[in-house]
Design a protein around this ligand. Structure first.
Ligand SMILES: [Fe+2]
Length: 425
């Protein structure tokens, strides 16, 4: 059937004229849906009905004072004894809190060692201010430490506990279809990211609703057009947010907040206790909402050269104007303790709540699940280079603080998981 539908124009690198490309691809997507015998309104209504049901379910949870985030014990993941209803809930909500992922004392020791590491190396004296606007902070000490290669980060990334949870989370995805293995669920590419340490007393405006899988490339590259093909070819009922087909090899348009890696889940590990009302992470725990976000720009109330505000070089925004239904389901994490970890599907809308006079620390290490696939293998070469040089990885501002630090994590300290993740023989 798909072969009879009109083909889509595509741009494997950022188009020179974004407005013209947007007009062209939107017209082509609408024409393709029409050729499948359906209308954009009909396809969107189908998605809207499903999402509305989920939104109402989550509103009811929140109104009853419950967290919408599934919780799972690390011990159950390690033993293979996660209850079936927990598995089903993680699949439904696209997120999870892993309790006791690391021993509490381990997480607290890592937090203390991170402080020692930056202190020993005069980081605060040398700090030159935020390297990007997205996470910019006011004041002399940053919240986000642009540090990638400390002992604690590398120990966590290459730990058995991290590999076990990453494999568990990857298993929610379909990684094989049409004779292609799209990724290896049991090998992680150790995507290096930063550390956040937010002190008590912080006043923060938070971070707005957004998502991180891409920008205009989601509509404009051949790979993503196939990955989201069910939305455009009249088979929207078959769309699954858990299908990795055509997502793990294609190009991405560069941007200041891009992620070169394919991540099944974004995640972080808590290095301090954080209460649910202290400016914490929120997400819209509906993986299928991605279909809504992708189809919404095709409705008649959006200008022909507008993708609901999505553009290159900026994070994908979720807004009251276009996505108010989805934002009704924005749900905060429950209280977390040092050593717990928090995970959300890579396509899901998330935000950080504002806080006044924060009680306690808010410290995390960002460590996602980035399974081995062509895209992550390509980026792993860059990660290896940055690791060996003590540089910032190329997805991040080129700050390079650790290049001259003698005690950053060394090649000899890599275990087998670490070597596999960096593709070292
Ligand atoms: Fe984000």
């Amino acid at each position: 059937m798909a072969t009879e539908l009109p083909t889509l124009p595509h741009w494997q690198t950022t188009p020179d004229d974004l407005a013209a490309a947007t007009r062209e691809v939107k017209a082509a997507l609408k024409a393709r849906i029409a050729a499948s015998g359906r209308t954009v309104e009909e396809v969107f209504a189908q998605v809207e009905a499903l999402v509305t049901e989920r939104v109402e379910e989550i509103e009811a949870e929140l109104a009853a004072g419950r967290s919408a985030w599934p919780e799972v014990d690390y011990a159950d993941i390690a033993a293979g004894t996660v209850p079936a209803e927990t598995m089903a809930l993680i699949q439904r909500r696209g997120c999870a809190v892993v309790r006791g992922h690391f021993p509490r004392e381990q997480a607290q020791a890592w937090d203390a060692e991170l402080v020692d590491y930056v202190d020993r190396n005069n980081f605060f004296q040398d700090y030159r201010g935020p390297g990007d606007d997205f996470f910019s902070t006011v004041g002399s000490k940053p919240e986000i430490y642009p540090i990638y290669w400390s002992g604690p980060q590398m120990e966590a990334r290459q730990s058995d506990e991290m590999a076990t949870v990453q494999s568990f989370l990857n298993s929610f995805w379909r990684n094989e279809s049409d004779g292609v293995q799209w990724f290896d669920p049991n090998r992680d590419a150790l995507y290096p990211d930063r550390v956040r340490r937010r002190p008590p007393g912080t006043n923060s405006g938070g971070l707005g609703h957004h998502l991180d899988p891409g920008t205009l490339d989601l509509w404009m590259t051949a790979d993503y057009q196939r990955a989201f093909g069910h939305l455009w070819d009249g088979t929207v009922e078959e769309y699954s947010p858990w299908d990795a087909a055509h997502r793990t090899a294609g190009p991405q348009y560069p941007g200041s907040t891009m992620c070169s890696a394919f991540r099944t889940f974004q995640g972080w590990t808590a290095l301090s206790d954080m209460d649910h009302d202290q400016g914490v992470l929120h997400a819209v725990p509906i993986p299928e909402a991605m279909a809504y976000l992708m189809l919404r720009p095709l409705l008649d109330d959006v200008a022909e050269d507008d993708m609901c505000g999505v553009t290159v070089g900026k994070t994908f925004p979720a807004t009251e104007r276009f996505h108010s239904l989805l934002l009704r389901a924005s749900a905060g994490i429950p209280d977390v303790r040092s050593g717990d970890s928090v995970w959300w599907h890579c396509d899901m809308i998330h935000s950080v709540a504002p806080v006044q006079d924060q009680q306690g620390w808010g410290n995390v290490m960002y460590i996602p699940a980035a399974p081995w696939c062509p895209r992550n293998e390509t980026y792993a070469a860059e990660v290896r280079r940055a690791f060996e040089a003590g540089d910032s990885p190329s997805d991040f501002p080129a700050e390079g603080y650790e290049a001259q630090w003698p005690d950053r994590f060394a090649t000899e300290q890599l275990n087998e998981t670490g070597r596999r993740g960096l593709d070292l023989a």
